[in-house]
Design a protein around this ligand. Structure first.
Ligand SMILES: Cc1cc2nc3c(=O)[nH]c(=O)nc-3n(C[C@H](O)[C@H](O)[C@H](O)COP(=O)(O)OP(=O)(O)OC[C@H]3O[C@@H](n4cnc5c(N)ncnc54)[C@H](O)[C@@H]3O)c2cc1C
Length: 194
């Protein structure tokens, strides 16, 4: 694969004109960066991450709500639920270790009187999923957030927000120091296997 000379990674230079890599990752969003970090720390493979933009993490990964999800809406049998529960803990720990800004501010889900049936089903699903929550009445909810008017609400303890930009900066920094190179590479229509 031709790699354009313009390089996103800082402080890294390649000694070889036509370098070869064990693994190529296409796309330096949060997923590509997280995979690169894992490979750079846990394996000896050399890794190339190609990114079509001038910088990493400039698409969906930097335009989202930055919520650290708790798995409440994912089906209990789904991989999304499994990874969400696992990722929730890992992300908070990673943020603490690396001093990345986060706020485990919790989440309030409100319900009206006429939604009692739905609320009960929701609570049942939270219990089945072993999700840490508290059922609040309107006064308790108002005390936490005066702008909310509800009959009952559910406080989800493991929900929070994270500085996704700083998170990606750290993924990039860690993977860059361990034989991973991140390049700006305009996408081509015909990638060929070499
Ligand atoms: C509105 C919105 C809100 C969201 N809110 C949240 C939230 O609060 N919490 C949460 O956990 N998730 C949220 N998500 C989901 C989350 O943002 C995505 O799951 C995540 O960003 C996906 O990361 P990614 O690396 O797969 O994709 P991207 O961030 O899109 O990264 C893909 C990268 O690949 C590059 N690329 C693509 N094609 C090529 C090519 N051919 N050659 C080279 N480079 C290429 C792109 O330029 C891009 O940089 C939200 C999503 C949306 C849309």
């Amino acid at each position: 694969m031709t790699v354009h000379s313009k390089k996103i990674a800082t402080g890294i230079s390649l000694s070889h004109q036509n370098p070869e890599f064990d693994i190529t990752i296409i796309g330096a969003g949060v997923v590509g960066l997280a995979i690169a970090k894992y490979l750079s720390e846990e394996t000896k493979y050399s890794v190339l991450v190609v990114e079509k933009n001038d910088a990493f993490g400039t698409e969906t990964s930097s335009r989202n709500s930055e919520v650290i999800h708790s798995g409440i809406f994912n089906h209990i049998d789904s991989l999304k639920y499994k990874f969400c529960i696992e990722g929730n803990k890992l992300l908070y720990n990673f943020c603490k270790e690396n001093k990345i800004w986060f706020n485990q501010c919790e989440k309030i889900i409100v319900s009206k009187k006429e939604e009692e049936n739905k609320l009960q089903l929701f609570i049942k699903s939270l219990t089945e999923k072993n999700i840490d929550f508290e059922l609040l009445d309107s006064k308790q909810t108002e005390k936490i957030e005066p702008n909310i008017f509800s009959d009952k609400s559910v406080l989800i303890k493991n929900s929070g927000v994270v500085d996704s930009h700083d998170f990606m900066n750290h993924l990039f920094r860690i993977s860059s120091k361990n034989h991973t190179y991140i390049f700006d590479s305009k996408p081509k229509k015909n990638y060929k296997k070499s």
